[in-house]
Write a protein that binds this ligand. Structure first.
Ligand code: NAD
Ligand code: WQD
Length: 336
């Protein structure tokens, strides 16, 4: 059984490839390294002690993608390649629609051409926008509030249409909450070009001394300590969710969405304190204005994934912070 992982060199992709290899799945990866490094996949292969063909390919390159499908008989695709910065998507919507939506259309056309109809797709809790009730169930309205989120919502709809048109297709739409941490080895982790925007990599950089202070966006939210609450999920738990989702799509048909989160929320201040504990360092922070578009709380109801994928997140925030810190201390400049 062989699976294509698009975006296999990325933060989530590298951890997904590792867990798939560990589970005995044959993996083929593609990535154009726009936001990643070939070193990531080298380390994945070394950690797993297994081989994995990796193609330097852009999803928008139809011929190159077709060559990958022609070279490998594939049973399924785990589609993670995409651009993911909310802020950048607001500034450059066309870049996001072209890369994320058009690139995905090329992938789907290629899958149809080669008769591959099993897909695990990296969607996001972003598709819910400002949800009216917490925790968020998959039936909540889809109301993305930025171009990035709209690319995810559009791809979800396209996949539902594809499943309707061809009942042999099977799709798991995985809506991730807040992935954080790194593989426990400290050999792979989150590598980004430029300054991190997400909270955990930002705290990590401050703990390491490469950034001065964490800007805490908003301290008067209606939460116990006034700072925003999120559902942080360990990257290894998230990766294992893909292994389970893959098993599920291989034995089912139709399209279904699954929240991948823990159901447990932590505030910005709780994350800073947890990181201080595991790193033994003081993390300077500054209370600043709210970040536009942020909500007070965002929590998953993960019961569908527990029931239907037989998956549940097992790692907590201390493990996430400790593993992120190990990755940082082992690799002060990421994969560079
Ligand atoms: P990432 O940037 O680390 O990984 C994405 C990978 O896709 C990168 O290696 C990049 O080089 C590659 N890529 C981008 N466009 C490509 C293209 N046209 N052709 C080939 N490769 C391309 O990001 P990540 O955090 O690993 O996210 C993976 C997926 O999960 C993304 O689709 C993202 O939108 C989604 N997601 C991420 C988060 C998060 O917080 N990290 C949350 C929800 C959803
Ligand atoms: C978490 C909390 C911030 C940075 C984003 C995307 C979402 C998904 C996951 C892709 C919030 C606060 C943050 C900082 C802070 N990605 N914060 N200081 O915004 O929940 O979700 O990543 O799909 O689409 O929107 O994650 O890590 O940016 O923020 O105070 O420097 O930390 O206000 O409460 P977010 P985040």
């Amino acid at each position: 059984m062989a699976v294509l992982v698009t975006g296999g060199a990325g933060y989530i992709g590298s951890h997904v490839c590792l867990e798939l290899l560990k589970a005995g799945v044959e993996v083929v990866a593609v990535d154009n390294y726009r936001n990643s490094s070939p070193e990531a996949v080298q380390r994945v292969k070394a950690l797993a002690g297994k081989e994995m063909p990796v193609y330097d390919a852009d999803l928008l390159d139809k011929d190159r993608l077709a060559a990958v499908f022609a070279n490998h008989p594939l049973n399924a695709v785990i589609h993670l390649a995409g651009l993911k910065s909310v802020r950048e998507s607001v500034e450059k919507p066309l870049v996001y629609y072209e890369n994320n939506v058009t690139g995905t259309l090329v992938l789907f056309e290629t899958m149809k051409r080669f008769g591959v109809g099993k897909m695990v797709f990296s969607s996001s809790a972003t598709v819910y926008g400002a949800a009216a009730s917490m925790p968020i169930h998959e039936d909540a309205p889809i109301r993305p509030v930025n171009p990035y989120g709209r690319t995810k919502a559009m791809i979800e709809e396209i996949l539902r249409d594809l499943c309707f048109a061809d009942p042999s297709w099977s799709v798991a739409l995985l809506r991730y909450f807040n992935p954080a941490g790194a593989d426990a080895s400290g050999a792979i982790g989150e590598h980004h070009r430029g300054v991190a925007c997400n909270l955990v990599p930002y705290i990590t950089q401050v703990a390491a001394g490469s950034l001065q202070s964490v800007n805490v966006y908003g301290s008067d939210y209606p939460t116990p300590d006034g700072t925003g609450i999120r559902d942080y999920i360990h990257i290894t738990d998230l990766a294992l969710g893909h292994v389970k989702a893959l098993e599920h799509v291989l034995r089912s048909t139709g399209a279904k969405a699954y929240n991948l989160g823990t159901g447990q929320g932590y505030s910005v201040m709780e994350m800073i304190r947890a990181f201080e504990q595991v790193s033994g360092r003081t993390i300077p922070y500054t209370l600043v204005d709210k970040r536009p578009g942020d909500v007070a709380r965002c929590l998953a109801d993960p019961t569908n994934a527990e029931r239907e994928l037989q998956w549940r997140a097992r790692r907590g925030i201390h493990e996430m912070c400790a593993d992120a810190w190990r990755w940082q201390t082992n690799n002060p400049s990421g994969y560079a």
